[in-house]
Design a protein around this ligand. Structure first.
Ligand code: GDP
Ligand code: GDP
Length: 439
């Protein structure tokens, strides 16, 4: 799905590229290679208040007729504007409005195509900034926003206004189906659970074909949500059909995991976690899928008041590498807690898709570093974390910009990851940290 594009426009040296870096929150240029965007411009991904967009610097706009490149520059700006959903015109607050600013503003007003926001840059002092900004009403582009690309002040207000004018996220986003894979060893109760889902949520839609002829997905609706149960043919065995030995094999489960948003890893309460279960869990973590661990046949376990805690501890220790996954103890036979499984699926999927703002990420980092400073080598080099930002979701992935990734060993990385978990949650979803050095 194409992201809305925000074009940054203004004459040279007003601070456009500084502002782009500030809005995108990433210091490195990321060249976006997706269809629909022009190859020779640098698009930077940004998000604010749950909205994703791309920021593109159009290069300095000059309207001086002596300029040899004038037609080319105008064409570039025009092209950038034609694919944009909004534009920010940047001016220099310390310099005040210039003749070029007036020309550019006039040109922008004639475009009529997209909303234009006016950023009065280099306004470091809030009080003076207001006065500096007020001079720019004469550009006729509405309210001037006093900002500082270097320090970041004022950019929040500008972004609030900007995202409220971006086109709404496409309607297909909401009723999007949740792809669920049910995996586990033979006889743990996968098909019994599947039948329970289908029985409980009566609005079952007819089976739809999946990727291969024998992979049949099934759609189940509950409330307003739609779940695609992946490869139900691999779960439901029909009598009198010879499926061959590989049909229920682990490769089939791996394929289902690959296609899923969230995986139900079904474990037999009697047998506990086996090596096969660990293999499946490892693959779920590696593929970055959300997961709910379903400990089934709970009815068949002799229980006293401690049993569930002991079980939980044992299972947790065998699945230590996916501590983040929630566990639920069910019986497909009696129906105990079966309806709660989809609630956990919903939660895990929401976490898997969740994004947190750059400021929150950096608060967590600052606090973590405050408690426990990064290691220093014997040569006296110390690891430094400059900055962190969430670069993507599904699974939530964070880039940490540091002086040199080699200075951060396994134990410090684990410490930071733990701090992210403790402060940001993401229960039900794996997370990823990318340690990026300075170029
Ligand atoms: P561009 O040519 O419009 O992309 O401008 P740059 O981002 O390269 O910035 C031009 C100059 O203005 C550089 O020297 C920046 O350090 C400076 N600059 C950019 N933003 C600010 C700001 O918010 N405050 C101040 N004081 N200087 C800034
Ligand atoms: P699958 O191979 O993982 O699809 O497992 P099935 O759903 O076919 O179940 C295998 C066997 O376990 C069947 O005999 C089921 O009746 C039984 N079973 C499934 N779920 C439960 C449960 O919650 N409790 C008990 N006691 N038996 C179950």
């Amino acid at each position: 799905m194409p992201l809305p594009i925000v074009a940054i426009i203004g004459r040279p040296n007003v601070g456009k590229s500084t502002l782009v870096n500030r809005l995108a929150g990433v210091q490195e240029a990321i060249v976006y290679d997706t269809p629909g965007v022009t190859r020779d411009r640098t698009y930077k991904p940004a998000f604010w208040a749950d909205r994703d967009f791309l920021v593109v610097d159009t290069g300095g706009l000059i309207f001086d007729d002596d300029t040899e490149f004038l037609p080319y520059i105008r064409e570039q700006a025009m092209l950038a504007l034609s694919e944009a959903s909004a534009a920010i015109m940047v001016v220099d607050g310390q310099e005040g409005p210039t003749a070029s600013d007036l020309e550019i503003a006039q040109w922008l007003r004639q475009q009529h195509s997209v909303p234009v926001f006016l950023a009065v840059n280099k306004c470091e002092s809030p009080d003076q900034g207001l006065i500096q900004a007020a001079q720019f009403w004469e550009l006729g582009l509405g309210e001037p926003y006093a900002v500082s690309g270097i320090h970041g002040n004022g950019t929040g207000e500008l972004l609030d206004e900007l995202v409220s004018h971006l086109p709404p996220p496409e309607a297909i986003e909401e009723p999007e189906e949740i792809r669920v894979a049910i995996v586990g060893r033979p006889n743990v109760g996968k098909s019994s659970l599947l039948n329970a889902f289908v029985g409980e949520n009566r609005a079952i839609v007819s089976p739809v074909s999946g990727t291969t002829r024998d992979a049949i997905d099934m759609l189940v609706e509950r409330d307003d949500k739609r779940y695609r149960l992946i490869d139900t043919a691999g779960i439901r065995k029909k009598k009198n059909v010879d499926y061959g030995p590989e049909f229920f094999g682990i490769n089939r489960a791996f394929k289902a995991i690959r296609r899923a948003d969230v995986v139900l890893l079904v474990i037999d309460a009697i047998d506990g976690v086996t090596e096969q279960d660990q293999k499946l869990a490892g693959r779920i973590e590696e593929d970055g899928r959300a997961c709910v661990v379903v400990v089934n046949k709970w009815d068949a376990v002799d229980k006293d008041s401690h049993t569930i805690y002991e079980y939980d501890r044992t299972i947790g220790s065998k699945l230590y590498f996916m501590e983040w996954a929630k566990r639920i103890y069910t019986s497909a036979m009696t129906g105990q807690r079966v309806p709660n499984i989809l609630d956990l699926v919903d939660q895990a999927v929401a976490e898997h898709r969740r994004r947190v703002s750059t400021s929150v990420v950096n608060e967590v980092l600052e606090e973590a570093v405050g408690w426990h400073t990064p290691p220093t080598t014997r040569q006296g080099r110390q690891g430094r974390i400059y900055y962190g930002t969430q670069v993507t979701a599904r699974p939530p992935t964070f880039a940490l910009f540091v002086n040199d990734p080699k200075l951060f060993g396994e134990s410090y990385r684990r410490y930071i990851e733990k701090q992210f978990r403790q402060n940001l949650g993401f229960e039900g979803s794996p997370i990823r940290l990318l340690w990026r050095g300075k170029k």
